[in-house]
Design a protein around this ligand. Structure first.
Ligand code: BEZ
Length: 211
């Protein structure tokens, strides 16, 4: 069964490059990103892991832990991390799950047999402090992911979890946001003291409330 938004992220035990862990224990009350890689020693994955390692400070600022998965064993991951450092200049600074029997890949529906029987697709799961799945992305093996977009979505998820707002197309942290329609105008005046503009009765924008 596929994992859908709002589902509990399935717990699992895993061997990783940073030792064995239990996913929910490791994650604790943080946000987390679990993302899969089709195979070790592949070019697009090599660039992706370097890109994510370079963003560690950004994930830390957002109280977000990162964990990768590839269906190869630990010794292979460790050797590959040497190549990633050579190519990207980045030491992989988050655990990489070894999943040679594909138990976790199957649990999360990361193998799409009509794409490949043996490799995972490029999945991303963003999991909230409550262990619920907040975002899923699925990319093909041939397309590397844009991790600035993952950060952008985390900013939106964290903002909208705390305020009665939604974020418009192409929103970035600091831009105006939309007041959700369950808040009437009278309450909106109290909740959003910076005021709001009603472009339509159903489209009211206000400065980002946590800035
Ligand atoms: C890659 O990471 O470059 C890749 C992995 C699997 C299939 C195609 C490309």
């Amino acid at each position: 069964m596929s994992i859908r938004l709002g589902d509990e992220a399935p717990d699992f035990k895993a061997d990783t490059t940073q030792g064995p862990l239990d996913f929910h224990d490791w994650k604790g009350k943080s946000w987390a990103i679990l993302f899969s890689h089709p195979k070790d020693f592949t070019p697009v994955c090599t660039t992706e892991l370097g890109a994510v390692a370079a963003l560690k400070g950004e994930f830390d600022k957002r109280n977000t832990k990162v964990i990768g998965l590839s269906v190869d064993p630990i010794d292979s991951h460790v050797k590959w991390e040497g190549d990633i450092k050579d190519v990207t200049g980045q030491q992989v600074n988050f655990p990489m799950i070894a999943d040679p029997d594909r138990k976790i890949a199957d649990l999360y529906g990361m193998i799409h047999p009509n794409a490949s029987d043996t490799m995972t697709v490029r999945s991303v799961f963003v999991v909230g402090p409550d262990n619920k799945v907040k975002l899923t992305l699925t990319y093909p093996a041939s397309t590397g992911r844009n991790f600035d977009e993952v950060l952008r979505v985390i900013d939106s998820l964290q903002l909208t979890a705390g305020y009665s707002v939604a974020t418009p197309a192409d929103w970035k942290d600091g831009d105006d946001v939309i007041i959700v329609n369950s808040v009437n105008d009278e309450d909106a005046k109290k909740k959003f003291p910076k005021g709001f503009t009603a472009k339509k009765p159903y489209l009211r924008v206000t400065p980002q409330p946590n800035k």
